[in-house]
Design a binder for this molecule. Sequence first.
Ligand code: AHG
Ligand code: MN
Ligand code: MN
Length: 332
Amino acid sequence: MNTIITLDEFIIQRQKDFPYATGELSGLLRDIGLASKIISREVNKAGLADISGQAGTENASGEAVQKLDVLADNLLISCLQNSGECCGIASEENTTYVPIQKSKNAKYVVLFDPLDGSSNIDVNVSIGTIFAIYRRVSDDGECELKDFLQDGVEQVASGYVVYGSSTMLVYTTGKGVNGFTLDPSIGEFCLSHRDITIPEKGKIYSINHSAFYKFDENTQQFIEECIKNGCNFRYVGSMVADVHRTLIKGGIFIYPSTSSSPNGKLRLLYECNPLSFIIEQAGGRSTNGTQRIMELEATELHQRTPIFMGSTDMVDRVEEIITTNSKVMTKS
Ligand code: AHG
Ligand code: MN
Ligand code: MN
């Protein structure tokens, strides 16, 4: 029989990778694992209990909030509040960050998108949770805005959970990427995907094609090339699921700037940075077209950015198109 390694065992084994680690980061990762098991349970019975549908409110970005968004948000906040290792959280669903008073001197802050792909909840399509962990930069005491507005390169860990045909948790602490599948019969995430690497060459492109005529010319040119080159097109509409497929099968995931949303739709702190850390750790690339996503300066909590991420060959090509076209523009 193969030896089963649970998420908790794996986290403890890996703690030795950090010579001065005191176990707080490991504790935080375990708490997020626990919260996501509860979210997974709730997601799985969404059609049965009165938890699907809209909550009747809007979030900080003006989008309709679903009941499961609220539930996932509350669950994560309460698990992190009880953990003692986190001095504050910021979530896509809350206008501002939330300091955690009872562990206000703790070293870490956690940022998350509690439920990504909300529009897919009611139709039983994969959705997910995305998280990023940073060391605080402020002194002891209540956390401050600057603890959350850090560059993506400062992440100490990030990951996601995809509630799909099975529930999977994938995370990195900057030493490769590992994936765990939830075995519902024992209620444990078990190591199923060790040291994940993204294929260097991709053959799948993923973008909301219906907005083609709203994309800038560079993105249009790249998409036309993908079609001419015989690439496949896939788009779930939950970033976490689209990026998960991109990680495993290779390809590119794009949410570009559009004429109606010049900064794209996706949020730098809750979606783009954590998933970029995973993709880069797996050997891929992530850019806004001219700059590495994880080096973008964060100036506000709900900041958005265009994003191109995935296999190196495809991200390189889209960047090449952008650079070449901007040179032509400056010459003429
Ligand atoms: P969220 O549900 O957290 O608001 O995120 C939804 C995002 C993302 O998951 C997905 O990639 C994108 O919205 C889809 O947007 P379009 O419908 O514009 O393609
Ligand atoms: Mn999202
Ligand atoms: Mn969300």
